[in-house]
Design a binder for this molecule. Sequence first.
Ligand SMILES: Nc1ncnc2c1ncn2[C@@H]1O[C@H](COP(=O)(O)OP(=O)(O)OP(=O)(O)O)[C@@H](O)[C@H]1O
Length: 229
Amino acid sequence: MLRLETTVTRWGGFRLKADVSIAAGERVALLGASGSGKSSLLALIAGFQHPDEGRILIDGQDMTMTPVADRPLSILFQDGNLFPHLSVFDNVALGLRPDLRLDPADRARVEGALDKVGLAGMGARAPSALSGGQQSRVALARMLLRDRPLALLDEPFAALDPGLRAEMLGLVAALCDDTGLTLIMASHDLRDAERLCDRLILLAEGQVVLDDRLDVALRQAPEPLKPWM
Ligand SMILES: Nc1ncnc2c1ncn2[C@@H]1O[C@H](COP(=O)(O)OP(=O)(O)OP(=O)(O)O)[C@@H](O)[C@H]1O
């Protein structure tokens, strides 16, 4: 579903190199120290940045220079996912109709998505009237409606307490099970990765230093992973 064909990207002294294939339905955790290149790699896949060398293929199509909006993916960041001046309902509805022109069937789908993430009846509220966990759920409901086959998550729940974080990761896992979503999640936390992902890519200084099934990596505990265990 996704192939980074020897992409090389340079920013000043930093060089990010990736040669990675991800199959449909895989759930990949991108782990690495601060500054190792996790967000940069996601930005490359999303199309916010373009590589200096190599190609990015999605479903066999060369999308190296394709604009963000034309790539078949949705993105969830740690914050800044919601528009503060729009209601919760409208924030979710944007996933379906960016112009917010909704017919009754669309409105029912938005209500359905809110229901699915446990926010039924909260559509009229402003995002500021929700807790951090609830705000994450709104962003997740929008992702659900966007219905794109590839989801990029950049430490989306890092600001939440451990209980809520586990709950949100469980919700995303259920969503993946339901829809066969392919997922790539940047994280600092191997335990978070374990809750959701089946594959682990470890980055260090812009290079992939480990790429394996998560359960195998946890069992074998190779040297580069030891500090994370
Ligand atoms: N557009 C850019 N312009 C200049 N430098 C950039 C740009 N994008 C990324 N970098 C550099 O790339 C390096 C990797 O940063 P990146 O944010 O990808 O790391 P990270 O692993 O996501 O870190 P963190 O866990 O702190 O979010 C940093 O040195 C950063 O300054």
